[in-house]
Design a binder for this molecule. Structure first.
Ligand SMILES: [Zn+2]
Length: 192
């Protein structure tokens, strides 16, 4: 979870134990007008409160919402329990090694076919973005792309190379992509 910068400057954390000892909440005060409750992805209870609001009022608010808190905590715990374990450092190192072994050649091959010239190639550990192309035409690929099938890897490579010619995702971009990968829609389904 990301706090807006301004909130972050003003926040301070106080563990509260009006729930059970296992379910204390964290309080973040900031320049806001209302109270808000949140269950974080890692199963913490967060309360956001205005700077001047009394502790008694905040506790009463939490007290009125204990059912909601318990229900949502339990849901989040179940979600966490069924989620696959996060990749270890060794997993990431292996994916990066694979990316370094196969991507430079793929990028070079496709660049030749497409008549484009990327200015750089970097491997990242981004979780939400498989690839990007900078304004200066330097490419980044996430090592997690290596978990996808070959057809999907090619799609991301060609997609980013298309951005050397077309910086946005307009009709000309997709016309170009379709010219090199006519089945790009099918390939997209293979991206996990
Ligand atoms: Zn794009």
């Amino acid at each position: 979870m990301v706090l807006p910068f301004f909130d972050f400057l003003l926040c301070f954390l106080i563990p509260r134990d009006i729930l059970s000892p296992m379910e204390s909440y964290e309080l973040i005060r900031s320049r806001r007008k209302t109270l808000a409750l949140e269950i974080t992805k890692d199963c913490r209870v967060m309360v956001r409160a205005p700077l001047g609001l009394s502790q008694a009022k905040i506790d009463a608010f939490v007290g009125r919402h204990t059912d909601w808190i318990h229900t949502h905590l339990e849901q989040q715990r179940q979600r966490m329990a069924s989620a696959p374990p996060p990749p270890t450092e060794a997993d990431i190192a292996a994916l990066k090694a694979k990316a370094r072994a196969i991507l430079p050649e793929k990028v070079a091959d496709w660049s030749r076919k497409m008549g484009v010239a990327p200015t750089g190639l970097k491997i990242t550990t981004a979780r939400k973005r498989y690839g990007s192309c900078s304004r200066k035409n330097s490419l980044c690929f996430s090592c997690f792309l290596m978990d996808c099938p070959e057809e999907a890897i090619d799609l991301v490579v060609v997609h980013e190379l298309c951005h050397i010619r077309e910086k946005n995702h307009g009709p000309r971009f997709y016309a170009l992509l379709g010219q090199y990968l006519p089945d790009y829609k099918e390939r997209k389904k293979l991206l996990r």
